[in-house]
Design a protein around this ligand. Structure first.
Ligand code: NAD
Length: 341
């Protein structure tokens, strides 16, 4: 099956339309963004061309671009954002950069932080340097609520000091600060987005929702950390993409925008919903020792995004979750080969 088109990255360049460089565009969120741009569902980005730059780590998957693989507006460059020469050759003729590429799994960062420091911090610096050299119009640094650490009550605003706890979050915080420093020092038009936990189709089965769903669908138990009292706020990946597009087209340079979902749940409550959706009972839950340094709660105030850029999430959690579970049910060929990574 032909699942992507590879051409020299600048051959389809068009001066009159937006030319987007999407790093990490074969991953969960980056591919959703690329699919949405190429399906012309993101206001302000209609007709844009997309170059995906992705190293295809265990988390990157050509199949995630399958639905748009035929598009003449898509180029795919397999490669590392830390590769200065490659980035210098790919970036020219792109006027906008949306930087999703990252090592993204907290548990892996606890087992070993080296790849996280390299890709998340060094890779961001390589891209920022190239973006500055080539004078891009906008650079969106896609980040996470995890840079703030944990909050017992209330919400974080964009002015809250960063206090990351996991190595993953620390490297994302480092990348955010570097990106904002390029704005303050050099005037590079950088906008940072920080989003809550994402869910939706094409998410690697190492992450909580797909892990639980694929385990349940394949007759296995699910591992719940500790008592499952941690609280997370959930955002559908398509809403995150809408917010990213707003930040790209209308976000103020030098600013941070939060993307919240408004659907706080304990992991235990979420487990109950997933058990119900898969027709399973609590006997299918194994309580496993808690993650080291597990943050108790994340909660973002996203008033700025809503009031300044007019953002509204379009997908309510119960509908989105039901559709997501159905997607995993219907796409076993996609996730089955990824189990056991
Ligand atoms: N998943 C979430 O809930 C969430 C929430 C908020 C923010 N984010 C951020 O969004 C971004 C995307 O997250 P995701 O969940 O899609 O991650 P993911 O792990 O699914 O995808 C990451 C992608 O980056 C690629 N990649 C990794 N290292 C690379 C390198 N050195 N060079 C080029 N490509 C490389 C991988 O191959 C993969 O395709 C990340 O920056 C993450 O921090 C994620």
């Amino acid at each position: 099956m032909a699942i992507f088109i590879r051409r020299p990255p600048t051959c389809g360049y068009t001066a009159d339309l937006m030319n987007l460089l999407v790093t990490g565009g074969a991953g969960f969120i980056g591919s959703a963004f690329a699919r949405a741009v190429l399906a012309d569902t993101l206001p302000g980005l209609e007709g844009a061309r997309v170059t995906v730059l992705d190293k295809l780590t265990y988390a990157g998957n050509f199949a995630n671009l399958g639905p748009v693989a035929h598009s003449k507006r898509l180029d795919f460059v397999p490669g590392d954002v830390c590769d200065t020469a490659l980035v210098a050759s790919v970036l020219p003729r792109h006027d906008h950069v949306v930087h999703f590429a990252a090592e993204s799994h907290v548990d892996r960062s606890i087992r070993g932080a080296a790849e996280f420091a390299t890709t998340n911090v060094l890779g961001t610096q390589v891209l920022l340097d190239a973006a500055l050299r080539h004078g891009v119009e906008k650079f969106v640094q896609v980040s996470t609520d995890e840079v703030y650490g944990s909050i017992a009550s209330g919400t974080w605003t964009e002015a809250t000091p960063l206090a990351p706890t996991s190595p993953y979050a620390a490297t994302k915080a480092g990348a955010d600060l570097l990106a904002l420093a390029f704005f303050r020092t050099h005037g590079l038009p950088v906008t940072v987005t920080r989003c809550a936990n994402n869910y939706g189709p094409y998410q690697h089965p190492e992450k909580l929702i797909p892990r639980f769903v694929t385990n349940l669908l394949s007759g296995r138990n699910v591992p719940l950390y500790g008592e499952g009292t941690q609280i997370r706020d959930w955002v559908h990946v398509e809403d995150h993409c809408r917010a990213t597009a707003l930040a790209l087209t209308a976000g103020r340079p030098g600013e941070v925008y939060h993307v919240g979902g408004g659907d706080e749940l304990t992991n235990k409550e979420l487990t109950g919903l997933l058990l119900d959706a898969c027709g399973a009972g609590w006997d299918r839950v194994d309580h496993v020792p808690d993650r080291k340094g597990h943050d108790h709660r994340y909660a973002l105030d996203d008033t700025r995004l809503r009031e300044e850029l007019g953002y509204r999430p379009a997908i309510d959690f119960s509908t989105g979750l039901a559709e997501t579970v159905r997607w995993y049910r219907d796409n076993e060929d996609w996730w089955r080969p990824l189990l056991g990574d």
